[in-house]
Design a protein around this ligand. Structure first.
Ligand code: TV1
Ligand code: CA
Ligand code: ZN
Length: 397
């Protein structure tokens, strides 16, 4: 009825526990869990729920989070509240809470929040393992900066690492791809000593005019994991550093060229794709100039490899565009085409109205919404691809 065409025969599942939406990092904090409410409303308003299996996963347990995280860290995380937090406490600081930037605040329901998004990623992974789905989606996950005993960059528990650990129980090689504008450092580090996971991240990399590195400051092209030739994880990471303002055409070419080569060489048995929406044009924290369909073309590319796929969220700080993108990408997974005019009966329609170039539509032009001059020249990108190909030759396969 709303422009939905026939699906192409992929079994897609959608893993979402609506309780995640009610958590708040604080009013000025850029991470807004209610962007998930908007996403779900768009997905439902286009009728996409009829094209997928819907799951409301239970929260992950303490022991499940301990698949990756230190128990001492988890105990602290499970007990800390805004009321009992002591910002000068040595553990509080050592575990990454608060700090000058307050990237990882302690808020009400924090433990519930991390258990819910991780439970959804685990549920998605289990659906691949028991062959219930070809593609399993969790837009509430993708918290790629969390380390085993450290909260970092809005991430407290690394649901991606835990989902990959589950996939490794049946799959010999798992490929992790990360199109969030930030480097997927936590996932890379977690698997740095194994050849059973290959990590590939595309991200903004560089130092701004005040001398600050773009967060987290890692992920240059020459960072390929451990250098020790005896380490099995050697050359099983590939980082694609990108400068401000990259456009649709350049990004699509870069992504397709590099990712296809990695898939060909590594031949993964399953893929986990982190689809952070902060790589869109007009993102509050991002620096790129991508439109929704260019971002979504990465999902199309990965889908075309025909491997079992877990698709997860991540960053994304302009909520209406996050919702548009993840709704579009849900449609890509099921093989549907969506009308540009938003259905008129959606509960949060006003969130998508009154924009200069996005009023009431799904695909606004985001290329120029927040001007970042394109500092990526075609010759520089060709050189980058050449270096990436050279890096891949160090992988034994
Ligand atoms: C509280 C209130 C926290 C307002 C944080 C932007 C805020 C930021 C805030 C912010 C902000 C960052 C750093 C600086 C390291 C710090 C989900 C040297 C307006 C996956 C995480 C980015 C991205 C962290 C997460 C970054 C993800 N940028 N306002 N904080 N110190 N932190 O630069 O990859 O998307 O910005
Ligand atoms: Ca990335
Ligand atoms: Zn990000």
């Amino acid at each position: 009825e709303y422009g939905l065409e026939r699906p192409q025969g992929y079994n897609v599942s959608f893993h979402y526990n609506p309780h995640v939406e009610y958590h708040h990092f604080g009013s000025s904090h850029p991470m807004k869990p209610w962007r998930l409410t908007l996403t779900k409303q768009l997905v439902l308003s286009y009728g996409l729920e009829y094209t997928m299996d819907l799951y409301e996963p239970r929260p992950a347990s303490f022991n499940e989070l301990a698949i990756f995280h230190d128990r001492e860290y988890l105990s602290y995380l499970s007990e800390i509240t805004p009321q009992n937090a002591k910002p000068d406490d040595s553990q509080y600081i050592a575990y990454g809470f608060g700090g000058d930037s307050n990237d990882c605040p302690v808020f009400d329901g924090l433990w519930n929040y991390v258990s819910l998004y991780t439970g959804a990623s685990m549920s998605a992974a289990y659906n691949l393992l028991n062959k219930q789905s070809d593609i399993a989606i969790n837009w509430s996950g993708g918290l790629h900066h969390a380390k085993k005993n450290l909260a970092s960059g809005f991430c407290y528990v690394n649901d991606i690492v835990i989902a990959i650990q589950l996939l490794l129980t049946q799959h010999q090689r798992v490929l992790y791809i990360d199109i969030d504008v930030h480097h997927g450092d936590g996932v890379e580090q977690a698997f740095e000593s194994t050849d059973r996971v290959f990590t590939l991240s595309y991200h903004k990399y560089g130092i701004d005019r005040h001398g600050w590195p773009f967060f987290p400051g890692t992920g240059n092209i020459d960072e390929m994991g451990p250098k020790d030739p005896a380490n099995r994880g050697k050359a099983h990471s590939l980082n694609i550093p990108i400068d401000d303002g990259i456009d649709d055409h350049q990004y699509k070419w870069l992504f397709r060229t590099v990712t296809s080569k990695v898939v060909e060489k590594y031949n993964p048995q399953a893929i986990v794709l982190q689809s952070g929406a902060d790589s869109l044009g007009g993102d509050r924290l991002g620096r790129f100039n991508l439109n929704i369909k260019a971002h979504g073309s990465c999902i199309e590319t990965v889908k075309s490899f025909g491997r079992p796929l877990v698709l997860i969220g991540g960053g994304g700080y302009t909520p209406r565009n996050v919702a548009r993108t993840w709704c579009h990408e849900t449609a890509v997974c099921v093989g549907a085409t969506l009308h540009n005019d938003l259905p008129t009966h959606i509960p949060y329609l006003q969130a998508f109205q009154g924009e200069e170039n996005g009023d009431g539509i799904l695909y606004p032009d985001l290329h120029n919404t927040k001007r970042h001059d394109n500092l990526n020249t075609d010759p520089a990108l060709h050189k980058l691809v050449e270096k990436a190909m050279e890096n891949l030759r160090y992988m034994e396969g």
